[in-house]
Design a protein around this ligand. Structure first.
Ligand SMILES: C[S@@+](CC[C@H](N)C(=O)[O-])C[C@H]1O[C@@H](n2cnc3c(N)ncnc32)[C@H](O)[C@@H]1O
Length: 242
């Protein structure tokens, strides 16, 4: 069954996801930090540390970039690379552009509208393609992974950061209680969107995590695909090479 934010009949998942992120964009970054107690920055840093060594001026594409959190952190970590971020939500991108300008990074980060399932970039352009908490929201995950594969250069890498379901007792049960009940409650009050943070929980439940996602990467053509478990299984980093 397809999980959509608002479950409206006749509306595509993509349209609902875009609306949801446009709506919550003003509080998105604040809630990320609050609900993860700031750990999201550590997860992103770990993912970024896996960007392969590449010549100066190489380009990294961050799909589903949202407000550009990963691209900004990446540009600060790697002054020698350029970052392109793309997303379907103009609301998220607009906030991202302000953040990029405030940090004086406008010449090294470009945030552009774009659908990850149909990327507007030539094949083999990027040394690395990243996605943080984005692929779970794709309407067609396989199409998105194929497109990411297409735009990575031979020898380049895909790095995906995504929520997973913890497997270890009793952390699994404790985290599940927080993720299913407490997080949506706080999210609803602050974002004023009744569904966004319940959708987060539901979409993680049906996401093909761990070995199943590695299988998806292999199916899209990536070699040496693997996953790294973070924070007892709340999150995983998935990597693969073209
Ligand atoms: C949870 S946010 C993650 C944002 C950012 N990567 C981060 O780490 O904070 C998910 C983002 O995926 C975007 N998204 C969902 N489906 C997309 C698609 N098909 N193409 C591009 N962006 C998409 C949404 O608009 C949203 O900004």
């Amino acid at each position: 069954m397809e999980i959509k934010p608002y479950s409206r009949e006749g509306e595509s998942k993509k349209a609902e996801v875009r609306q949801m992120f446009d709506r919550i964009s003003p509080v998105y970054d604040f809630l990320n930090g609050l609900l993860s107690l700031g750990i999201d920055r550590i997860w992103r840093r770990k993912a970024l540390s896996l960007i392969p060594d590449s010549p100066e001026g190489s380009e990294v594409l961050d799909v589903a970039t949202g407000t550009g959190a990963l691209a900004i952190q990446g540009a600060e970590m790697y002054p020698q690379y350029r970052f392109v971020g793309s997303d379907i939500s103009e609301g998220m991108l607009e906030i991202g552009r302000v953040r990029v300008a405030k940090r004086g990074l406008s010449d090294r980060i470009s945030l552009e509208p774009g659908d990850s399932e149909n990327l507007n970039y030539e094949s083999n352009r990027f040394v690395c393609v990243t996605a943080a908490f984005g692929v779970r929201n794709f309407e067609n995950l396989d199409a998105g992974l194929s497109e990411m594969y297409r735009v990575i250069c031979p020898g380049g890498r895909i790095i995906i950061l995504e929520f997973s379901r913890p497997r270890i007792f009793p952390f699994k049960q404790l985290f599940n209680f927080y993720f299913r009940f407490i997080l949506p409650f706080i999210g609803r009050i602050i974002s004023k969107d009744a569904r966004a943070y319940s959708y987060l929980y539901e979409s993680v439940q049906q996401f093909p995590d761990y070995e199943r996602f590695v299988g998806k990467l292999t199916g899209a053509g990536f070699k040496n695909s693997r996953f790294i478990v973070l924070s007892l299984g709340i999150c995983c980093i998935y990597t693969g090479e073209k």
